[in-house]
Design a binder for this molecule. Structure first.
Ligand code: C2E
Ligand code: MG
Ligand code: MG
Ligand code: MG
Length: 280
């Protein structure tokens, strides 16, 4: 560092950056080991038909069991994307979830599956083959699987990803736009890709009924879905007023803590226990 007052600060800054880089590398090593050791766990959050209150699908959500701590995706998906680990991790998630849901279906439960995808996974070599392999090995019909992508995938510079998604679509796999809000997703792409589902971002649901603009926008998204023949799922339903409002607006499906929290497979089995219904 230079011989002026700022030198010390610069060194502290450099040391801080160094610690950050080392920390990130350590985390990435730890994540790689966790995958090898089988320390990732899937939870499943039920999605219900708002008219019948029946559970029609589950969304697989990954957690990292790090000793006693159960780490949420926010704590590791970013680093897993940066290091490329998201590709083998994503394949594990897909295979695990397909197997579980195929088992549930074999016990005569008509249930569908949603799995989240990172753009990085979509752009990895042999992505489409990987999905086809997971379906073939589990015996899950392609139409039962929905892959969720964020609307950023539909931005212009993601032509490659859009092409891969179109290939998935041709396999029979369904597509959902996650965290949908009017603003980013190209509506043209919604049609072009023949997206099956849009999932309304929880920020809309949070202010439903209290913020007039948000309420109007939510209603508009629901109508857009109806006009395009696309399923609409409201995410983040926490209060019964929100549920009632969504029902009155004709929203087809819902997901949120009020309906059911994400839970391990045994929890889903206990919740559903034969007659798939949640008292809503
Ligand atoms: P997402 O796909 O939008 O998943 C919904 C998130 O909202 C989940 O958080 C879920 O626990 C949470 N949630 C559900 N209902 C409510 C509610 O009523 N209130 C509130 N406050 N939150 C609710 P989670 O599990 O922490 O996942 C966060 C994000 O991490 C997911 O957002 C998804 O983008 C990503 N993610 C999760 N699992 C995977 C995965 O297997 N692969 C990839 N690539 N990303 C994943
Ligand atoms: Mg999702
Ligand atoms: Mg998401
Ligand atoms: Mg979402």
């Amino acid at each position: 560092a230079k011989e002026n007052g700022g030198g010390g600060r610069l060194e502290i800054y450099a040391a801080h950056m160094h610690a950050k880089v080392v920390g990130r590398l350590e985390l990435q090593t730890e994540l790689r080991q966790a995958l090898a050791n089988g320390d990732f766990v899937l939870e499943y959050q039920p999605v219900v038909d708002l008219e019948s209150s029946q559970v029609t699908a589950v969304e697989a959500l990954v957690r990292w069991q790090r000793g006693d701590e159960r780490v949420l995706p926010e704590g590791f998906i970013g680093p897993a994307e940066e290091s490329g680990l998201i590709t083998p991790l994503g394949e594990w998630i897909l295979r695990e979830a397909c197997e579980k849901v195929a088992l549930w279906r074999a016990s005569d439960w008509d249930i569908a599956l949603s799995v989240n995808l990172s753009v990085k996974q979509i752009l990895a070599p042999r992505f489409v083959e990987t999905v086809a392999g997971a379906l073939a090995d589990s015996g899950l019909p392609a139409e039962v699987l929905t892959m969720e992508v964020d609307e950023e995938v539909l931005l212009e510079d993601q032509g490659e990803a859009v092409e891969r998604l179109a290939e998935l679509r041709r396999l029979g796999v369904r597509l959902a736009i996650d965290d949908f809000g009017l603003g980013y997703a190209s509506l043209a792409h919604l049609r072009e890709l023949r997206v099956d589902t849009i999932k309304i971002d929880p920020s809309f649901i949070r202010d439903l009924g209290t913020d007039g603009t948000v309420t109007l926008l939510t209603h508009t998204i629901i109508r857009l879905g109806q006009d395009l023949g696309v399923q609409v799922v409201a995410e983040g339903i926490e209060r019964s007023e929100q549920l009632e409002q969504l029902r009155s607006m004709g929203c087809g499906y819902g997901q949120g803590f009020l309906v059911a929290r994400p839970m391990v497979a045994e929890g889903v089995e206990a919740l559903v226990g034969g007659e798939a219904g949640i008292p809503l």
